[in-house]
Design a protein around this ligand. Sequence first.
Ligand SMILES: *Cc1c(COP(=O)(O)O)cnc(C)c1O
Length: 356
Amino acid sequence: MLHIRYELTQNPKKKPEKDDPLTFGTIFTDHMFVMDYEEGKGWHDARVIPYQPLSLMPSAMVFHYGQEMFEGLKAYKGENGNVLLFRPDKNIERANNTNRRLCIPEINEEDFLDALKAIVKVDKDWIPEKEGTSLYIRPFIIATDPFLGVRPSHTYKFIIILSPVGAYYKEGLNPVKIWIEDEYVRAVKGGIGEAKTGGNYVASLKAQVKAHEEGYSQVLWLDGIQRKYIEEVGAMNIFFKINGVVVTPMLTGSILPGVTRASVIELCKEWGYPVEERKISVDEIYEAAKTGALEECFGTGTAAVISPVGELRFEQEKLQVGGGKIGQLSQRLYDTVTGIQVGKIQGPNGWCVIVE
Ligand SMILES: *Cc1c(COP(=O)(O)O)cnc(C)c1O
């Protein structure tokens, strides 16, 4: 059991009203979890303290060489009032995979879960209850050595902050328009594409700005070497339904292994769909769209859960998918995953973890 010190706020903030519209990641709860790392001492001084600014040296390594990692998951208020997490073990496992790749010290899995439960419990009254809303949990680690040399830091901070978030879509599940990027790339095999870290996001901004200017909401990345095979979308993994078969890019080392992705694959298999994790060329999707074999396309990720895609833009060509409407499988997946998350639907063993 992780020993946690509590220093609770004397000035709780005003929580959003039940009917206030919630956006993504703009307001934060009353508290945060913090734990420090020092070489020789390990992770120590776990504490829940009021949400507040950090004090760091301008020379802190994270500012210069980007040694940092993050995770993202959500807490939900269940039907009978209990507080639920969706597959937190998957996020914890991935966090330590990221840590190993970035030379950040690992965190004991039970301690990580204790920390998640502790902070969510303290701020549980911040979990919004309207359908489609949840409390977004953002754990992250930063390198804090005050040093300008290049090497792994000897000191770190592990922090968890919380943000009440609304339904990702205001008017139900509206299909989004996706820009297939053929100039910039996000990651290559052997790089850090499969780690959840800020570096991948700063690499993506230029293409995202370009896509936005053209009226597209997200970028679909191709592989960094041949610019031929489909990888993933912004902060989501991508799925296609082609002639009744569910297809998603295999994890090659440059793709982020999403928890939602893994869950969707499991559910589709359980429902009897043939599921293929393999290389998918942009030409194949182009052909499938032209011949009508491309039945559905959707992104998967914690923020939006399932995000139907209505248009793919490749070079000068606009490919329409599903007649601008959400597909049957996309809708079923959305309903099932969100149902499991709030405990309305019984999911596979261990998917729903009760905080209290
Ligand atoms: C977090 C993330 C995803 C989605 O992962 P989930 O665990 O399903 O939320 C996909 N791609 C990238 C680049 C990500 O950072």
